[in-house]
Design a protein around this ligand. Structure first.
Ligand code: NAD
Length: 458
């Protein structure tokens, strides 16, 4: 649905691809360099304006997003097919993110230490890098740009955001809203695709990327070659582990939403369900039933849980992933316009199958049996990714005992794998993340570097 190779950015409604939201020429690589230059010119004034001014501006940005909530929500529904209830929740979360970071300019930026020898003082002070280049995916078109931009701005950086082409209209509108509260030049949106993103990595002072692992690793390599800090949040192949003592109905309800909510297009979606011992039989039934009952359809309907996939290519990838496998639920695509696919659970997946190696990014999961918790942990860890695992059990001590063996960055007990909080560090292991964590206080550290001052009495 998006073509950058012909230097045109096209964004369509994935529930009705004949509805074109936006068709604009791609600005090209030089526009990135230009945007970074303009941001650099604005950054010092933003920093020297002081903590109170930055705090007030971020607070006003939060208010402006809240005021524009209904139109932003409608745009996310239309442009990226996010179901209405989730789109509303994303906008509310975006407001909360800006409010949270509006307090950050007042936080301590360093520490005072005794000198090792003699009189004097040692001070550390964190300073912004300059211009933060932010490269984002389409699936959280407001929250992800915001959880990168707000801490970067709070710390005194200027930002240039290069959104995914599929979410250009959302990003442009978010920028219009936020720019009302900020001085000119400190928050710029640069529409574009790979060429513009690449040029941003070549010219920014710090880069925060979220997207696929292949692109994230290439961005990290280019950033490393320039010697700038880079963080990359990438894909997932997340497991839900269900123990025999779990409340199976509740676990099935949680896992069904984690598999197929927003058509499975979240890095934290569940794509492998590991049933330990006797949990297999009841879970097989309950989860199949829960997936069949999940409302699929028009994302503008408040009852919809699973809307369309982002484009035809995404739906083809989903259909290929289940091809030839035994489907307990789904495995079909509905007639009519839009890139919909039924929430799907498959079993008897042969080892080495792509569902057990690659992120499909759709409403499909494999049901896998495990003999015990140890075996479940080995299966969980057997993939190249390590973002999040959910564990479902009535026995917290068993869960906690088993958790140390999991090599995922986030673990959620008796909760869906999706839906993590924004004020704690976010990130994973292996192919899921590169570099320091984002969100929470971790983000403030990423967007600054520490200087050490030695004060010696004259
Ligand atoms: P993508 O990797 O295709 O694109 C991400 C961004 O990178 C876009 O803005 C794109 O235009 C840009 N880009 C593409 N090529 C580039 C290049 N050569 N240099 C610089 N920038 C380039 O990902 P997507 O399809 O937009 O998003 C889906 C992916 O994002 C999934 O893999 C999903 O797991 C991941 N994701 C991860 C998280 C997380 O926090 N871990 C969150 C959301 C999505």
């Amino acid at each position: 649905m998006t073509t950058t190779k012909f230097l045109v950015l096209t964004s369509r409604n994935p529930a009705d691809p004949s509805d074109v939201l936006l068709e604009i020429p791609a600005p090209g690589a030089f526009a990135s360099i230009d945007a970074v230059d303009r941001a650099r010119a604005a950054q010092q004034g933003w920093l020297l304006g002081g903590a109170a001014a930055r705090s007030a501006a971020l607070g006003s940005a939060a208010d402006a997003i809240e005021t524009a909530g209904a139109e932003l929500t409608a745009l996310a529904v239309r442009e990226v097919g996010k179901p209405l209830t989730e789109a509303r929740a994303e906008v509310a979360r975006t407001v909360a993110i800006w409010r949270y970071y509006a307090q950050a300019p007042y936080e301590p930026v360093g520490a005072v230490h005794e000198t090792a020898v003699g009189a004097g003082l040692l001070l550390t002070r964190r300073r912004p890098h300059g211009v933060a280049g932010l490269i984002t995916p389409w699936n959280f078109p407001f929250a992800i740009p915001s959880w990168k931009a707000a801490p970067a701005l709070a710390a005194g950086n200027a930002v240039v955001l290069k959104p995914a082409p599929e979410a250009t209209a959302c990003a442009v509108h978010l920028a219009e809203v936020v720019q009302r509260a900020l001085p000119e030049g400190v928050f710029t949106v640069l529409p574009g695709g790979a060429a513009e993103g690449n040029a941003l990595v070549s010219s920014a002072d710090v880069v925060s990327f979220t997207g696929s692992t292949a692109v994230g690793r290439a961005v990290a390599r280019r950033g490393a070659a320039r010697g700038i800090p880079v963080q990359a949040e990438m894909g997932g192949l997340n497991a839900a582990v269900v123990l025999p003592d779990a409340d199976i109905e509740t676990a099935a309800a949680h896992i069904a939403t984690a598999i197929a909510g927003y058509a499975g297009q979240k890095c934290t979606a569940t794509s492998r369900v590991i049933a330990v011992g006797t949990a297999l039989k009841p879970l097989r039934e309950a989860l199949s039933e829960a997936l069949r009952a999940l409302p699929v359809g028009d994302p503008a309907d408040a009852a919809t849980v699973s809307g369309p996939l982002i484009d035809q290519h995404a739906r083809d990838r989903v259909c290929e992933s289940w091809h030839g496998l035994c489907a307990l639920a789904g495995g079909t695509v509905p007639d009519g316009p839009g890139w919909f696919a039924a929430p799907t659970l498959v079993e008897k997946v042969p080892s080495g199958h792509r569902l057990l190696r690659e992120e499909v990014f759709g409403p499909v999961a494999a049901l896998l049996p495990a003999e015990n918790l140890d075996h479940a942990a080995r299966i969980t860890n057997s993939v190249p990714y390590g973002l999040v695992t959910s564990v479902h059990t009535a026995d917290l001590s068993t869960a906690l005992g088993g958790l140390d063996r999991l090599d995922t960055g986030m673990i959620r007990i008796n909760a869906p794998s999706t839906g993590v909080d924004f004020h704690l560090p976010f990130g994973g292991a292996k192919a899921s993340s590169h570099g320091p964590r984002e969100q929470g206080r971790a983000a403030l550290e990423f967007y600054t570097s520490s200087r050490t001052y030695t004060l010696t009495p004259p």
